[in-house]
Design a binder for this molecule. Structure first.
Ligand code: AMP
Ligand code: GLY
Length: 434
């Protein structure tokens, strides 16, 4: 077999997916659109200079047809929300990812909260508002802080504010409804109770009929140590969580993953692709913060290191609705991924600085370096090209060693303005030792 794949996206997640697909004997060629400096030089891989904007969808479909692509894998949430899967399906092309109706589970928090309420899926108590005045009236009645204010649509991870005071909540509501800082993603606002507990990431492969869960993972979203500072796309992940039992994971599958998939199907929104619920483990059990309709970044970088099965087989089986044929196998090791970011991220940062030391880092046993905001410049030199630049991922027999190796490798890499959050996995180790 010699399968040709098209991976859509340009982040660390897509580099990790392309890397894992490149290890499959069945895969002969991988195109990544638009890709990054890592996918440009990965074995079997070439970058394709087509954007993922809606107006480029026909071009991508034409490419997949003319190159006889066997499977297209979609990474980013905005492309899914824009309905990128639909024209591929309409053209009879095989694609991994939910169609636009199913992707709404991530693209509209108002929709996903209503569906959770209707299906008795545990989540934070909430109300949805479509105008400034009623949202403000509701906030004025609150007497328990913090409260969480969210733009309903996709807002690059910036649409959520944990408000400590009434004034903070009112200001954020004003920014969304009056100043329109998130555009139409802010046409509706969700205001919900603040949940206390450990935040975890769940991933499940879904084929529209059944689901298979990954091991658990934990992202570290705040930019600074001890979860301080603004939220980012994610500064590092670990997997699996040593303190979470397999019984708890089964419970999450039965009370959250399977019921939401059934509810989606009942609504005529059959979900095929990767479902990623973000949860808080509260004293009352797991509660859903949000459902994502795609692989997490940087969860995927840790997960691809632990996945023993052939990724191509799994993704194709999901697209074909025959996931039950797959024997999903995971390594018994632990993984840690540390992000190397540009100074100033998640707000303003500079680009174009030379990156050195990637090969030295990869010489450490168990380490793989995934690229996110990188590119090869006109002279073929690897330079920074984004906020999250690289994801250094290590696997080892236990979490402590995986974390040590990831930092050892991360410190071998250099570029101007390199920033690393230094406590990835520390919380999980603390909880495990109690
Ligand atoms: P979301 O996009 O809804 O997942 O929110 C982004 C981040 O804000 C989450 O990853 C949490 O860290 C935090 N967050 C969102 N909603 C809540 C909540 N109800 N309680 C506590 N933290 C929250
Ligand atoms: N790990 C955060 C995200 O992918 O949304």
């Amino acid at each position: 077999m010699s399968k040709k794949i098209l991976v859509l996206g340009s982040g660390g997640r897509e580099d990790a997916i392309a890397w894992k697909l490149s290890l499959s004997e069945k895969v002969s060629k991988i195109f990544v659109a638009p890709g990054n400096g890592g996918t440009a030089s990965l074995n079997k891989c070439s970058n394709l200079d087509i954007s993922l904007k809606k107006e480029s969808f026909p071009k991508l479909v034409d490419f997949a047809k003319s190159e006889n692509i066997d499977l297209t894998v979609v990474g980013p949430d905005d492309a899914l929300a824009d309905g990128i899967v639909d024209p591929f399906e309409d053209a009879g092309l095989k694609v991994f990812g939910p169609n636009s109706k199913a992707a709404e589970i991530e693209a509209s928090k108002a929709f996903s909260k209503e569906l959770m309420k209707k299906s008795n899926i545990p989540t934070a108590a909430y109300e949805v508002f479509s105008d400034y005045e009623s949202a403000c009236d509701y906030v004025k009645k609150q007497n328990k802080y913090p409260v969480v204010v969210k733009a309903s649509g996709l807002a690059l991870g910036k649409g959520v504010s944990i408000c400590q005071t009434e004034k903070e909540a009112m200001d954020f509501i004003q920014k969304i409804f009056i100043d329109k800082i998130f555009g139409k993603a802010g046409n509706e606002v969700v205001i919900e109770e603040f949940l206390q507990g450990q935040e975890i990431s769940i991933h499940a492969f879904c084929d529209g009929k059944s689901a298979m869960l990954f091991p658990t993972a934990q992202d570290h979203k705040a930019i600074y140590e001890n979860d301080q500072g603004p939220n980012t796309g994610g500064m590092g992940t670990i997997s699996p969580l040593p303190w979470l039992s397999s019984d708890e994971l089964i419970d999450i599958s039965q009370t959250i993953v399977l019921p939401i998939l059934k509810a989606m199907a009942d609504e005529g929104r059959v979900f095929k692709g990767l479902l990623y619920p973000g949860l808080i483990m509260t004293d009352e059990g797991p509660k859903v913060l949000e459902f994502n309709a795609r692989f997490g970044d940087p969860e995927t970088q840790s997960y691809m290191r632990l996945l023993d099965s052939d990724l191509f087989d799994i993704l194709e089986a999901c697209a074909d609705s025959r996931l039950e044929e797959i024997n999903l196998e995971w390594s018994q090791e632990a993984a840690a991924t540390v992000i190397l970011a540009s100074d100033g991220y998640p707000t303003a940062y500079e680009k174009g600085f030379e990156i050195t030391g990637v090969n030295d880092a990869e010489e450490i046993e168990g380490v793989t370096v995934f690229h996110a905001g990188t590119k090869l410049n006109d002279d073929g030199i690897l330079v920074t090209n984004g906020g999250r630049v690289l994801a250094v991922s290590a696997i080892a027999e236990n979490l402590e060693t995986a974390i040590e190796k990831a930092y050892l490798a991360a410190d071998k890499i250099d570029f101007k303005g390199k920033y690393i959050r230094r406590d990835i996995g520390a919380k999980a180790l603390r909880l495990t030792s109690v």
